[in-house]
Design a protein around this ligand. Structure first.
Ligand SMILES: *Cc1c(COP(=O)(O)O)cnc(C)c1O
Length: 390
């Protein structure tokens, strides 16, 4: 008896699904060095260009000098330090909720929130394109787990009819591999009509969306009654690391009591919270970042449509180009790389079978000239590829 790992790996390779980790040899940003090669990158989630911002770095360094490096213990023991607490208060104020709770990352925030809120005898309903962490959390919770059609409030309503126990409706705010927005007003209406709670993971909305970067909830002007459980992550537009859940006093106290991924882990380094406090300030106040980003999104979409690329229904910094076949997606990505550009091919199982795509992401750190370089390279690659596509 043995684990036949080599056979599994060989199948993965044969299916064009084999994954490799590019080695980043520079800080995050538009211009990177990857595997020894200087590249212009359009694939990180640093939408506002804060991951390598001098003031954020300075806040981190000052935080380390003042508070040391390690969290040292879990929050409930003696790891909940002043910077964590101050950041939670700032995030509560930012989201307009009574409280916010800091987690080590988004995966754990989702796992913690879902499993603390529903269990056996309850129901969790999720968009079928939700982020893996939300789907995993739903399965782990032990609640009845059901997926509704993507962004389809009618499909959700049908499942709500059959729901039992406490019912949690869970959706991405901005869908991470498509870039489209959840139809939150409609989803919130259905959930409220049935006494269910709506949980929104707005990992990609905080920062780019909303007049003050408050994400999809600010974009739609929804209340805390519409979205009782609001999750944000700090590793995307915030440019740092970690995540938070914002909501009522009772919700947050319940998570402190019952969310195992909150309880049984060491708190994040306090200096990291210092850095995030600075990036929150920049995210809220430097409106030019959002404005410039929107200019680039418009420029990219117009240019890509002229080339005849198949874009998706997105006005966010996530601008995937649909390719379909995994092998072809990898090939285009490779061709771009030969031209000095880095755009990742996203393949199943991250996206549904037959919907491999190039996931282009834009950042306020990009220039219009850089976006033009991307468009020219894409046009060039598409022209080269056309014959075997037909
Ligand atoms: C990235 C992401 C997460 C995970 O957040 P991490 O902090 O990276 O663990 C959760 N949900 C969505 C929608 C994401 O895009």
């Amino acid at each position: 008896m043995s684990f036949d790992l080599s056979a599994r790996l060989a199948v993965r390779r044969a299916d064009n699904l084999y994954r490799q980790r590019p080695l980043l040899e520079s800080p995050q940003g538009p211009q990177v060095v990857v595997d020894g090669q200087p590249l212009l990158a359009f694939c990180n989630n640093d939408y506002l260009g804060l991951a390598n911002h001098p003031q954020v770095i300075e806040a981190w360094q000052a935080g380390a000098s003042r508070w040391g490096v390690g969290g040292g213990a879990s929050h409930l023991v003696i790891g909940h330090s002043t910077p964590h607490h101050v950041l939670e208060e700032a995030l509560a104020e930012f989201t307009g909720r009574p409280r916010a709770l800091l987690f080590s990352n988004g995966y754990m925030a989702n796992m913690g929130a879902v499993t603390a809120l529903v269990g056996q005898g309850d129901t969790v309903l999720e968009d079928r394109l939700n982020h893996a962490s939300l789907l995993d959390a739903g399965l782990l919770s032990g609640a009845r787990f059901n997926r509704y059609l993507h962004n389809d409030a009618a499909s959700l309503a049908k499942r709500l009819e059959k729901a039992c126990g406490n019912t949690l409706v869970v959706t991405d705010g901005v869908f991470s591999m498509d870039g489209d927005l959840a139809d939150l007003p409609a989803l919130a209406r259905e959930a409220r009509a049935k006494g269910a709670w709506l949980m929104v993971d707005d990992a990609h909305g905080f920062g780019p969306l909303g007049a003050n970067g408050g994400g999809i909830v600010e974009h739609f002007g929804l209340s805390a009654d519409d979205v009782p459980v609001l999750v944000g992550t700090l590793g995307k537009a915030f440019g740092t690391s970690g995540a938070f859940v914002a909501g009522s006093e009772e919700l947050i106290e319940s998570l402190v009591q019952f969310a195992r991924p909150y309880i049984y882990t060491t708190s994040q380094p306090p200096a990291l919270a210092c850095a995030t406090l600075k990036s929150l300030e920049l995210l809220r106040t430097e409106h030019w970042r959002r404005e410039h980003l929107n200019t680039l999104i418009g420029q990219f979409r117009r240019g890509a449509e002229q080339i005849g690329l198949q874009l998706m229904d997105s006005f966010t910094p996530i601008q995937p180009i649909m390719v379909g076949d995994s092998g072809r997606a990898v090939r285009v990505s490779q061709m771009l790389r030969e031209r000095g550009l880095m755009v990742t091919a996203i393949r199943p199982p991250t996206v549904p079978a037959g919907s491999a795509r190039l996931r282009v992401t834009l950042s306020a750190a990009h220039t219009e000239a850089q976006v033009q370089l991307l468009l020219s390279a894409l046009e060039d690659c598409w022209r080269t590829l056309e014959p075997d596509h037909a």
